[in-house]
Structure formats: C-alpha cells, structure tokens
Design a protein around this ligand. Structure first.
Ligand SMILES: Nc1ncnc2c1ncn2[C@@H]1O[C@H](COP(=O)(O)OP(=O)(O)OP(=O)(O)O)[C@@H](O)[C@H]1O
Ligand SMILES: [Mg+2]
Length: 255
C-alpha cells in the first residue's frame, strides 16, 4: 500500500514569548493511497491548524510532513505553490469558486495553468461532470448555481488534476441537509470510483460517517482513532456519536 501522507511528530505554536498557544502537540499518523479519513474534535482542538499545515498554507514549528515522498517542510516558497497545484486538491466550506468564471472555467483553471490541451481538458471535464451530475451547470456562473451545485463543481475542480490527496475543511458546513448528502455522495464517488485519497475535517457526525477512519483530536493531540471496518455507515455514525459524547460534546453533532 502506497503511503500518501506521513505526519511525523509535528508541533505547531502560535504567538511568541509570553503569549504562546500550542495548537498541535506532537501528532503522528499516516494515510495510505485511496483512504478516506476524517478528523473530528472540539472547537479549538487544532483541526484547521493541522489541515492548513498539511495543505502547505501554514507552517509547522517542528516535525516532518511527508506528502507523496516529498517533505513539504523543506520546500522553498516558489516550489510550494507548484506542489500545492499539482499534488493537492481543496474543498473549502465557502466553495472558493471564482465568481467571474463559469463552472467549466473554474474546473479547467488548474489544467490550463498546467498547459494541458483544450480538447484534453474538455474530455476530462465532461467525464467528471457526468459523474458528479453537473453537466447542465457547466456554462453557469457561481451566482446562477445552488449551494450544492457549487460544492460539486468545487469537488470536480479538486479532483480534475488527479492530485495525491484531497483536503476538505468542513465541506458540508454551509449546506442544507439535502445538498450536504449530495456533496457527500460526490466525495464517496471520488474516493470509491476515482480512488481519490481524502482527508476531511468536520464537526458533523453524519458527514464524518462517510469517512472510513476517523482521528479524534483534543487539545492538539490525537485522542483516539476509529475505523468503519465492514459495518454500515449507520453503525459507524453511532460509533462516532459514542466517541463525541465521550469527548465531552453532546450527541447533537456539536463537536
Ligand atoms: N493565527 C492564530 N494565532 C494564534 N492562535 C491561533 C491562530 N489560529 C488558531 N489559533 C489557536 O490554535 C488553537 C487551534 O485552533 P484551530 O483553528 O486549529 O481549531 P479547530 O479545531 O479548527 O476549531 P473549530 O472547530 O472551532 O474550527 C486554538 O486555541 C486557536 O485559538
Ligand atoms: Mg476549524
């Protein structure tokens, strides 16, 4: 099994002398190719910090972060941009689609930057649009699409370059339950049919139940880890709720 991500003993401090927050306190884990992993934990536990460090958006204070055999802590700032574009796909809570571009253009952007041929781009986009049921919105601008459609366009954009890993921070955070379900079905398809490796941060137990393994973070440390195994998503959801309750949230998804 190919290792896509290796998090080696990382620490992250914010602030300086006299006013230091330890956001990540020696975290270790690995993700293999094709895994769908969730990160949960109470507010302020370090989830976004962890994801931002893995995303190369933020930097760690100590430790090692290896993505697809590259130690990203050793990349120079010029290399980081290319690495992010070629190796990572992102799905943010607020979609981050460019308002002045159509869905098609938004999805095509990264491929255009990679100088891929227009007819090759067209073929790739038509294929993914069919899978994610966004063919009919490809010529629309973001303001002409529903929240769920925008989010599925964001999924298409994240997968189109065939990245090593897709990173998602609260991807269902701004969606109603029907749109959330459609997005999660889309993420499931990216994972099961296109073998995308996904790392997703969420507060929401229902959203988390789509992952196959969950890391629970508390006070910047990994508190525990659970696996879906061969059980159903419903069983996994109940297991998640049990851990959430143990961690001090209530069972109303409020981790
Ligand atoms: N830029 C920053 N400067 C200083 N402290 C920060 C900064 N960003 C985050 N922190 C602190 O680091 C800790 C972890 O924050 P982080 O945003 O990673 O939490 P989180 O688990 O994503 O929380 P939430 O569920 O509320 O999004 C918190 O104590 C937070 O106050
Ligand atoms: Mg956060």
């Amino acid at each position: 099994m190919k290792e896509i991500l290796k998090v080696n003993d990382i620490e992250k401090y914010y602030g300086n002398k006299g006013n230091v927050t330890k956001a990540i306190d020696r975290i270790n884990f690995k993700i293999n190719e094709g895994e769908f992993v969730g990160i949960m934990g109470p507010s302020g536990s370090g989830k976004t910090t962890l994801l931002n460090c893995i995303s190369t958006i933020d930097t760690i204070t100590s430790g090692e972060l290896i993505i697809n055999n590259t130690d990203i802590t050793k990349l120079k700032s010029k290399e980081i941009e290319k690495f992010r574009r070629d190796e990572l796909g992102f799905i943010f809570q607020d979609f981050n689609l460019l308002d002045t571009l159509t869905a098609y253009e938004n999805i095509a952007l990264a491929l255009t930057i990679q100088k891929r041929k227009p007819n090759e781009i067209k073929k790739l986009i038509e294929e993914i649009a069919k899978k994610l049921e966004i063919t009919e919105v490809l010529n629309k601008f973001p303001y002409q699409m529903s929240g769920g459609q925008k989010q599925r366009v964001a999924c298409a954009r994240a997968i189109i370059t065939n990245p090593s890993m897709i990173l998602a921070d609260e991807p269902t955070g701004a969606l109603d339950s029907k749109s959330a379900r459609l997005l999660l079905d889309a993420l499931e398809k990216l994972n099961s049919e296109m073998r995308a490796t996904i790392l997703m941060v969420t507060h929401d137990a229902f959203t988390a139940s789509y992952a196959h393994r969950i890391l629970f973070i508390k006070d910047g440390k990994i508190f525990t880890e659970i696996q879906r195994g061969d059980g159903s998503r419903k069983d996994f959801f109940n297991k998640i709720i049990d851990v959430v309750t143990l961690l001090g949230g209530d069972s109303n998804n409020v981790l």
